[in-house]
Design a protein around this ligand. Structure first.
Ligand code: GLV
Length: 307
């Protein structure tokens, strides 16, 4: 029988910009639970400030690389997150970003406004189609699988995936083949990053990786900016080592207005809107609240990070 708390006293941050760290550290003191977002770094300092009564940290995101989960584990603090509910929205945005990048939608759209559109011309604003291409996915969890399912109708020659362990059943559903990272780099016309940011994947796309990629390769990242060494990406795009990139995530976020990436035509950058679909975000916020209530009652959480 659930013993959910009847009344919770809640301290909230009312602005749309992230809570300043000093405010977070001050206000978390003495709380039993912390409802946070990916913009809040929940580290030892925050946990110390909260105090030993803190039972739960729940994030309104699927990624939890902003939370020191090892420190939470040591302190017996449960961690909630929001997988599944945002899978479709994120896969949809990934396809939108991929298509905007490979068919140069933003670059072409600019021409309409800046007088660059003189007439129809056979090779003007041509991109690289998905049909007949090789698409590699780094990561093949829920989001990766849904991205693959949405790519299939575009008739690629092959979809490959790189993960630590084989996902044979899930891969069969989209006819995807497991490859190692090197083969993905060497063979892909498109690479889609859909893995978590971990010490293993941090800046896995570095200068050496870009050297191995085909010059026509298009890199799409809707996972975490930290998976890519952004300076190396800039060099690879500027020197046409690779064809283009579509990024929904960057380092840092927001990207400063003077970042050199913003000067390139062969990159499409979005402001981290992968799951930004109204119903998805509403449900993410409800799940986060329910995760906290369950944790406070000592019940099973709807989505709990295995620590
Ligand atoms: C978004 O990036 C999330 O982790 O939910």
């Amino acid at each position: 029988m659930s013993s959910q708390p009847k009344v919770c006293q809640v301290t909230t941050w009312h602005e749309t910009n992230p809570v300043p760290r000093s405010e977070l550290i001050r206000e978390v003191a003495g709380k039993d639970a912390l409802y946070c977002a990916l913009t809040d770094k929940v580290d030892k300092e925050v946990l110390d400030s909260a105090g030993p009564q803190l039972k739960c940290v729940a994030t309104i995101s699927v990624g939890y690389d902003h939370i020191d989960v090892e420190e939470c584990r040591k302190r017996g603090i449960r961690v909630g997150f929001t997988p599944d509910v945002l899978t479709d929205a994120t896969a949809e945005l990934t396809l939108a970003l991929l298509l905007a990048t490979n068919r140069r939608l933003f670059e072409a759209n600019k021409q309409v406004y800046n007088g660059g559109w003189k007439s129809w011309a056979p090779m003007w604003m041509c991109g690289q189609g998905l049909k007949g291409s090789r698409v590699g996915l780094l990561g093949f969890g829920r989001i990766g699988q849904e991205i693959a399912a949405r790519i299939v109708p575009f008739k690629p020659t092959e979809i490959t995936y790189t993960t630590r362990s084989l996902r044979t059943k899930e891969a069969a559903a989209v006819n995807a083949r497991h490859v190692d990272f090197d083969e993905m780099l060497r063979e892909s016309d498109f690479i889609v990053v859909c893995c978590a940011l971990t010490p293993e994947t941090k800046e896995i796309f570095n200068a050496a990786a870009f050297q191995k990629m085909k010059p026509n390769c298009i890199l799409i990242n809707t996972a975490r900016g930290g998976v890519v060494d952004q300076k190396a990406l800039y060099e690879a795009l500027k020197t046409k080592r690779i064809l283009a990139a579509g990024l929904d995530v960057t380092t840092p976020e927001p990207l400063p207005l003077d970042d050199p990436l913003l000067k390139l035509d062969n990159v499409v950058i979005l402001p981290h809107i992968g799951s930004a679909d109204i119903e998805t975000r509403k449900e993410m916020s409800r799940i986060t609240a329910r995760n906290i209530l369950a944790a406070l009652a000592g019940d099973k959480m709807e989505a709990e990070v295995k620590l």
